[in-house]
Design a protein around this ligand. Structure first.
Ligand SMILES: Nc1ncnc2c1ncn2[C@@H]1O[C@H](COP(=O)(O)OP(=O)(O)OP(=O)(O)O)[C@@H](O)[C@H]1O
Length: 310
């Protein structure tokens, strides 16, 4: 189990980046960390990996304490692997050799089998002999993940792991990677801006705001009962609608167009989203977003109904 106990970290005296963070994560559990740019996601990952000297608090994996560079010649906790945003690969050797670098030279057969298994997970078999310098950003990102997995860490820390990978590849890769981690019982912490990483694959979700943990729970609970617009906005174009003097948070799919209601609106814009249209309308002097099955002309008068159940 990972135990982060009351940690505080600041890069300089004026600026606390992590303010009293405490949480735990079980072996094999998958945590997503979300929050606005600059809120401290990467810093949290670096602190957990042991790349930073904390001002306060402690981090433990089982009974072993993770210590920062002040205490370690080679920073980085040995049972963890961290894939940073700049992959740190060796450009002049092949994809397979990059992965093998982290495996034992004394067991060439096992090393080859493991490399093939990991090439399969990241869907890069066809590029096994290609030099890393000739790969695209997204391909390098996948090799970096495979390399981090080579020695089966207890905890994998991924910083924006699919940021350079196209949507087509991303979904398949996510499914393969996260089911592989579950099968091997490898815990994982992913810093991400992508709601799909959190909603479909995480056991727990942490949202950071203003250098503090705003919420830590299952993605379902956080999505269904967002405490603040800041949280709901991580998932969708959320509306904060005033009804009877009270503001409620409503996702676009929770608003329906009906034949008659007391809530009337006028269409401002309609955006094609593939399987539905996102309609922006003006309702009681507020801009509201809702999902609809067909295109609506600008200025069309509509009646709305809010269905708050998820
Ligand atoms: N090496 C550093 N020295 C000083 N300040 C830093 C350093 N690295 C990050 N920061 C600052 O710490 C804060 C948190 O940065 P961090 O990279 O952890 O944010 P983030 O949530 O990962 O952002 P993003 O989503 O944009 O990647 C930011 O204000 C950033 O400017």
């Amino acid at each position: 189990m990972l135990q982060v106990k009351d940690i505080t970290f600041e890069y300089s005296k004026q600026k606390v980046v992590l303010n009293n963070f405490s949480f735990s994560l079980k072996k094999g559990e998958h945590l997503c960390v979300m929050g606005e740019s600059g809120c401290g996601k990467s810093t949290l990952l670096k602190a957990i990996y042991g790349l930073l000297d904390l001002q306060k608090g402690s981090i433990f994996w089982e009974e072993n304490q993770v210590l920062g560079p002040e205490f370690n010649l080679v920073p980085g906790f040995e049972k963890f692997k961290y894939v940073a945003q700049d992959f740190d690969l060796m450009p002049y050797i092949s994809v397979a050799e990059n992965i093998k670098k982290f495996l034992s030279r004394f067991y060439p057969e096992e090393s080859e089998t493991r490399t093939q298994e990991l090439l399969e997970v990241i869907d890069m078999k066809a590029f096994e002999k290609a030099k890393v310098k000739n790969l695209s950003g997204g391909q390098k990102q996948r090799v970096a993940i495979a390399r981090a997995l080579a020695k089966e860490p207890d905890l994998l820390l991924l910083d924006e792991p699919f940021s350079q990978i196209d949507n087509f590849k991303k979904n398949g890769l996510r499914r393969k990677l996260f089911s592989y981690l579950k099968k091997k019982n490898i815990a994982c912490i992913v810093a991400t801006h992508d709601k799909n990483d959190a909603l479909s694959f995480a056991d727990k979700l942490m949202v950071i705001k203003s250098n503090k943990i705003l919420t830590f729970d299952t993605p379902q609970k956080i999505y269904n009962n967002p405490k603040q617009k800041y949280i709901a906005a991580l998932f969708d174009d959320v509306n904060s609608i005033k009804i009877n003097g009270k503001s409620i948070l409503v996702y676009p799919h929770q608003i329906k167009i009906v034949d008659k209601s007391t809530l009337t609106a006028s269409v401002l814009n309609c955006y094609f989203k593939g399987s539905y249209w996102l309609v922006e309308c003006l309702c009681n002097e507020q801009n509201i977003f809702l999902n609809h099955t067909s295109f609506l002309e600008k200025e069309k008068a509509i009646c709305l109904e809010i269905k708050k159940s998820p």
